[in-house]
Design a protein around this ligand. Structure first.
Ligand code: ADP
Ligand code: MG
Ligand code: ZN
Length: 492
């Protein structure tokens, strides 16, 4: 096995090449039970306690397909803009692993659940579509725990709790061109699947796993280069690091007169390098054949439309609506649809405020800062969407200045009260009445003869100071626009 201290290409060398990347993403479906038996999928149970003859791979045990898993897989397929096939076939993929007791994985092969989808990504102000080749269902293997040495023997333990956990595999077209695009693609897949509650996509628990296929070609070349598959990318940061590393390794190989061999490599984040794991087994090595214990999976038009009807509005459509109907900027719409809770909060606040752009600014600004400070998610926001909308309504109607609203905001968070209640109790109100303001302005003018003199001799910027004095005298309640206008009139 190579040591992994390979030569890496220089930025100048890398700039001559175009990377080609395709991702294979495994996602654990959020079912309570496994895909072919009734064992729980709960995380953290004592080893080998969530098992039965089916998921232990006992001879003669028969799998029964979990209907809810299929529903979630269909929802994922629709959210990824795929066509769901009316008939798909489960197949045995034969290989040996100590944590694969059946000696094969039940997957789908030449007739997958869904095909021909796409995911939209936004990178550097550019929107691109990354094709989704297929979405298929399969079961997960168990887990080997390599626990080091004991009594000078090396031990490996096998925990089969995870064996039979329902997964979907999402295979992308080789449409990705940079590590940033790969990052954006994986983010988009994660966000949409979380949004529709198909998976928690918790990477730390292994609910979202990613393998990357990478090749490089001279810019302008038509033919793809030979790819290597990089496994073990269990965080977003590692995905980007591993891709950048692998691209530099491949370019250096080619620039040095060598060639890339098709193989599977393992990313080691500690050393920031990839090492060869095995030369790529070809698909036929798995000896796929149709699973004899499961009937073909048939998805009727009626079933599919009932699943579609239960799904929430997808983030892409919501984003478009936020831009077209509410007048949001693209970036804001993107941020505000990152999670379902966020988009629902924003939409309620916008409706209650009557000013969607103001609502967007407050949710992304003051509210986000408040949540961050309190370590809370938007679901647990101390200010409800309706109450935030109520505050913004007071600004829109001229009752509150932006400054007053910012003072009231933390009080709303602390008490859970509406802005109206706080305003009434504390007698806070923006003063735009010229009579009341005229009196304060007269006092400020009388008390600051020097600045008045400066203003009149042409140093007009001193008006800022005088407006500030009026604001102070009114306890921040004066309407600054009106004050400005009245002061300018009085001094000229
Ligand atoms: P395999 O049979 O080796 O798994 P597939 O054709 O199924 O190969 O593709 C697996 C993944 O590799 C897909 O995501 C696909 O987009 C990607 N891929 C295919 N060819 C290339 C290539 N030349 N460079 C980079 N990625 C590729
Ligand atoms: Mg593959
Ligand atoms: Zn079981």
């Amino acid at each position: 096995m190579p040591s992994g201290t390979e030569l890496l290409a220089s930025p100048e060398q890398i700039a001559k090449y175009e990377p080609v990347i395709g991702l294979e993403v495994h996602v654990q479906l959020a079912t309570n039970t496994k895909i072919f038996c009734g064992c729980p999928t709960s995380f953290g149970a004592p080893p080998n306690s969530n098992v039965c003859p089916v998921c232990l791979g006992m001879p003669g045990a028969l799998p029964v397909l979990n209907k809810h898993a299929v529903e979630l897989a269909i929802e994922a397929s629709l959210a990824l803009n795929c066509t769901v096939n009316p008939k798909s076939i489960f197949a045995r993929k034969n290989y040996f692993y100590p944590d694969l007791p059946k000696g094969y994985q039940i997957s789908q092969y030449d007739q997958p659940l869904a095909e021909h989808g796409f995911v939209e990504i936004h990178v550097n102000g550019e929107t691109r579509r990354i094709g989704v080749t297929r979405v298929h269902m399969e079961d997960d293997a168990g887990k080997s725990i390599h626990d080091g040495f004991k009594d000078s023997e090396r031990y490996t333990y096998v925990d089969l709790n995870r064996s039979g956990t329902p997964l979907i595999e999402i295979v992308s077209e080789p449409d990705i061109r940079t590590s940033d695009e790969a990052h954006a693609y994986l983010t988009a897949v994660k966000e949409v699947l979380q949004y529709i509650n198909v998976s928690t996509c918790d990477m730390e628990k292994g609910h979202l796993r990613c393998d990357a296929n990478v090749s490089v070609r001279i810019k302008g070349a038509e033919k793809f280069g030979t790819k290597a598959e990089v496994k073990n990318l269990n965080s977003f940061r590692f995905l980007k690091m591993a891709l950048d590393h692998e691209i530099a390794r491949q370019v250096a190989l080619i620039e040095g007169g060598g060639r890339v061999v098709q193989e599977t490599r393992l990313y080691d984040p500690d050393a920031d390098e990839t090492v060869s794991m095995r030369s790529k087994e070809h698909a036929h090595d798995y000896r796929y054949f149709p699973e004899p214990d499961l009937a073909p999976l048939r998805v009727s038009e009626a079933w599919m439309s009932s699943i579609r009807d239960q799904m929430p509005e997808l983030p892409a459509s919501r984003r478009k609506r936020f831009i077209d109907e509410l007048g949001l900027r693209e970036y804001d719409a993107q941020v505000l649809t990152a999670t379902r809770a966020m988009s629902e909060y924003f939409e309620k606040a916008a409706a209650a405020s009557g000013d969607a752009r103001a609502a967007a600014n407050w949710v992304m600004g003051d509210l986000s800062a408040l949540l961050k400070q309190e370590g809370k998610e938007i679901e647990d926001s101390p200010i409800s969407a309706e109450n935030l909308g109520g505050l913004l309504k007071l600004i829109a109607s001229g009752k509150l200045s932006g400054k007053l609203a910012k003072d009231i905001f933390p009080k709303m968070a602390a008490s859970g009260e509406t802005a109206d209640v706080i305003v009434q109790r504390e007698g806070i109100e923006q003063i735009s009445d010229t009579g009341a303001l005229g009196k304060i302005i007269d006092e400020v003018v009388a008390a600051n003869p020097k600045q008045v003199e400066q203003y009149r001799s042409g140093k007009t910027q001193v008006i800022g100071f005088l407006v500030g004095q009026v604001m102070k005298a009114s306890r921040g309640q004066a309407d600054p626009a009106v004050v400005n206008k009245m002061l300018a009139e009085k001094l000229s």
